[in-house]
Write a protein that binds this ligand. Structure first.
Ligand SMILES: Cc1cc2nc3c(=O)[nH]c(=O)nc-3n(C[C@H](O)[C@H](O)[C@H](O)COP(=O)(O)O)c2cc1C
Length: 262
């Protein structure tokens, strides 16, 4: 049992202020309120070089790296030392952004510690990719031996709810971190991962989800008639699944446009 929980909170955005740093800071705030020590690391303020896949690298067997003139090794040390991780990344073209990926490529799998990690993917444009990027991020984290908990996709449509959830989940993470639950092997890790919300979704599921939260957003903005019209369309779409991808993409475009222009 851990007495004072240490949490590392990493943001993969080049922005210091923005959607993903905002969500990260909210989750960190929640964790602090629940009694954790939280260190926030904004990769946008750090020097992060790309992995160059060098010959005879020390990184696979020890906490070392041939690249010494950037900040990654010191972040990796903090990562090793923490009890839990929060990581927020922005979504670029339906995947995680390059800076976050460069950092992830420099982490190495450690023994499966089962440290809990709260992952957040923030898609601030169309919203597309909030789930796809989250899935990619969570898969890497599972390979590194983390136990993914409470994955959070965030968009402009559910911005307020996402901020509230980030704070709540940050708080819950502290409880999760008090007891380590390592996996016996990667297969157990995968089983755990795919039991979580969003992890089994495909593009159609994501487009329907985005349409649903855009419709909820329209309702909140007072466009009840329009929201009801789209909601009926969504129900019929789920009932009669012919050409589902095409129809889901079309509904997403229209709900998003209506949300953005209201
Ligand atoms: C190159 C690039 C690609 C992007 N691709 C997407 C995308 O596929 N889906 C989306 O919803 N937003 C996309 N965005 C918007 C970002 O997700 C959005 O600006 C995000 O909130 C920026 O994150 P930050 O404010 O947390 O740094 C993209 C932005 C950039 C710069």
């Amino acid at each position: 049992m851990i007495s004072k929980v240490k949490i590392l909170a990493i943001c993969g955005s080049p922005h210091i202020e923005g959607l993903s740093p905002g969500l990260l800071k909210k989750a960190a705030e929640g964790a602090r309120e629940a009694g954790a020590d939280v260190e926030v690391v904004l990769l946008g303020e750090k020097k992060i070089k790309q992995c160059i896949a060098c010959p005879s690298p020390p990184c696979w067997t020890s906490l070392d790296c041939n690249i010494k003139d950037d900040d990654v090794l010191s972040i990796r040390k903090t990562l090793d030392d923490c009890d839990a991780l929060i990581i927020a990344v922005p979504v670029y073209f339906l995947g995680i952004n390059g800076l976050a990926k460069d950092f992830i490529d420099r982490i190495r799998p450690r023994e499966a510690t089962g440290k809990p990690v709260l992952p957040i993917a923030a898609a601030g444009g169309t919203g597309k990719g909030c789930v796809k990027a989250l899935q990619d991020l969570c898969t890497s984290l599972t390979i590194f031996g983390f136990r993914v908990v409470m994955p959070l996709p965030a968009t402009r449509y559910n911005r307020e709810e996402a901020f509230n959830e980030a704070a709540l989940r940050g708080r819950k993470l502290v409880e999760e971190a008090k007891e380590r639950k390592p996996f016996q092997g990667l297969s157990e890790g995968y089983n755990w991962l795919y039991s979580l919300p969003y992890m089994n979704w495909n593009l159609v599921d994501e487009l329907l989800y985005l349409s649903r939260i855009a419709i909820e957003g329209l309702r909140r903005k007072g466009r009840i008639d329009l929201a009801e019209q789209f909601a009926e369309e969504l129900i019929s779409l789920e009932k009669y699944p012919e050409n589902l991808l095409e129809r889901a993409a079309n509904l997403h475009e229209r709900t998003m446009h209506a949300f953005n222009t209201t």
